[in-house]
Design a protein around this ligand. Structure first.
Ligand code: F6P
Length: 423
């Protein structure tokens, strides 16, 4: 975390990585606006680290201040993202040499990688590579993930907004099923993201607090799926309340450790693609209990829902981008700006640097104290943690067509200086 003198010249390279979020572009705005205020030119890598390897760089200097400002409210990843894992230095030296060659050719002295725990690992490796290859480069990991599973930081930009969307959707769909239950649907099942950690599923719990309020059942990846206990609780809830809302994490597993919903494909990091647990549960409810059901899989809708974003989340996303540039220009290396909670109520937070080696490749699961004893709900401690993260609305400008006025950049390519390279 040592600070060194700032290089006399140089550009800053920013790249987005992994699954994008409703507010990752707010982080990009924080990066670009802060760098501009310091007179630093920013290049963006097209499609994350792949753009750096392919020398496919974007000159953000070609964008107007107004265009950069639109990033604050535009979902998706403005420069493209990727799932691509850099191997170890020993395993693929050519790739690292290529990276250094590209950075050197464009006089890039600061590299900001905006992603989750895999991306923190990539940023850490590049910082090590800089040292090993004698190239002066400062690397900063910038946090982002709807999964909220990064170590050290209290929460992850992107999570507060998916949490708000999930809590709102759970509440709204529950009002619907409650209206229909007498003669039609008895069970509604919502499937949410979160591969190995149940943070998003937990956020659904904010929809209601009393014993019979929805969601009546939350299924967490931290708990083994117990079919008999699940069905018993669905039945008891329908008999008592008249209907039942279930929120299931895509990552729930059976006692054998198998995901209930594997799509059968894997990404570059070896992660299993998930999705489809809701129909599996719905079929079970129908077969064993005979209830009519509906289920929903919001999938990308949940992580792109900027119209339901949390103001807290949008503010934090911007703040980590701004801090990342300040850390880089102060000469810090291999760190990440993390969010530290200083008070629950009133909610207060600040940004601090943390070493990437404490974050890379680690996953933060829900603490046991956040789950109720039966494993189907959240505790008061979880509510104290989650509630501030969904506070505030981050309104959008709407056009006459009734749609949000999202921004779109020109993404002008920087002239290549090197021979082509296929990663
Ligand atoms: O980035 C996290 C995440 O949104 C997970 O919750 C989800 O399982 C995964 O990404 C989906 O990844 P992809 O968009 O690459 O299929």
């Amino acid at each position: 975390m040592k600070s060194q003198a700032r290089p006399a010249t140089g550009r800053l390279l920013y790249a987005q990585s992994g699954g994008v979020t409703a507010v990752i572009n707010a982080t990009a705005a924080g990066v670009i606006q802060t760098a501009r205020a310091h007179g630093i030119k920013v290049y963006a890598a097209r499609n994350g680290i792949l753009g750096a390897l392919r020398e496919d760089l974007i000159d953000t200097g070609k964008e107007s201040a107004a265009a950069i400002e639109t990033l604050r409210h535009t979902p998706g990843g403005a420069f493209g993202s990727c799932r691509y894992k850099l191997k170890s230095l020993e395993a693929n030296r050519a790739e690292y040499e290529r990276l250094i060659e590209v950075l050197r050719a464009h006089d890039i002295r600061w590299f900001l990688y905006n992603g989750g725990n895999d991306s923190a690992d990539t940023a850490l490796k590049i910082s090590q590579l800089g040292k090993a290859m004698g190239y002066d480069i400062r690397c900063i990991g910038v946090p982002k993930t709807v999964d909220n599973d990064l170590a050290v930081t209290d929460c992850c930009p992107g999570f507060g907004s998916v949490a708000k969307y999930t809590a709102i959707s759970t509440l709204e769909a529950s009002l619907d099923v409650a209206s229909m239950a007498d003669t039609s649907t008895k069970v509604f099942i919502l499937e949410v993201m979160g591969r190995h950690a149940g943070w998003i599923a937990a956020a659904a719990g904010l929809a209601g607090e009393s014993a019979d309020a929805p969601p009546h059942i939350i299924l967490f990846p931290e708990r083994v799926f117990d079919e008999a206990a699940f069905l018993a609780k669905v039945k008891a809830t329908v008999e008592r309340v008249g209907w039942c809302t279930v929120v299931a994490s895509e990552g729930i597993r059976n006692a054998e450790g198998q995901f209930l919903a594997e799509a059968g494909t894997r990404d570059a990091f070896g992660h299993t693609q998930l999705g489809g647990v809701a129909p599996v549960l719905a079929a079970l409810v129908k077969e064993k209990l005979g209830y009519k059901y509906h289920w929903a899989l919001p999938d990308y809708l949940q992580r792109s829902a900027r119209h339901a974003a949390s103001k807290t989340d949008a503010d934090q996303a911007y703040a980590v981008g701004k801090a990342a540039v300040e850390y880089a220009l102060a000469g810090m290396n291999a760190v990440m700006p993390v969010i530290t909670r200083t008070s629950d109520s009133p909610y207060r937070w600040k940004i601090e640097p943390a070493s990437l080696d404490k974050i890379a490749n680690r996953e933060k699961k829900m603490p046991a104290g956040f789950l109720t004893r039966d494993g189907f709900g959240i505790t008061a401690a979880a509510r104290r943690y989650l509630s501030p993260l969904i506070q505030g609305e981050a309104p959008l400008p709407y056009g006459r067509d009734g749609l949000p006025k999202y921004g779109s950049l020109k993404n002008v390519a920087v002239k290549r200086k090197l021979a082509a390279f296929a990663p």
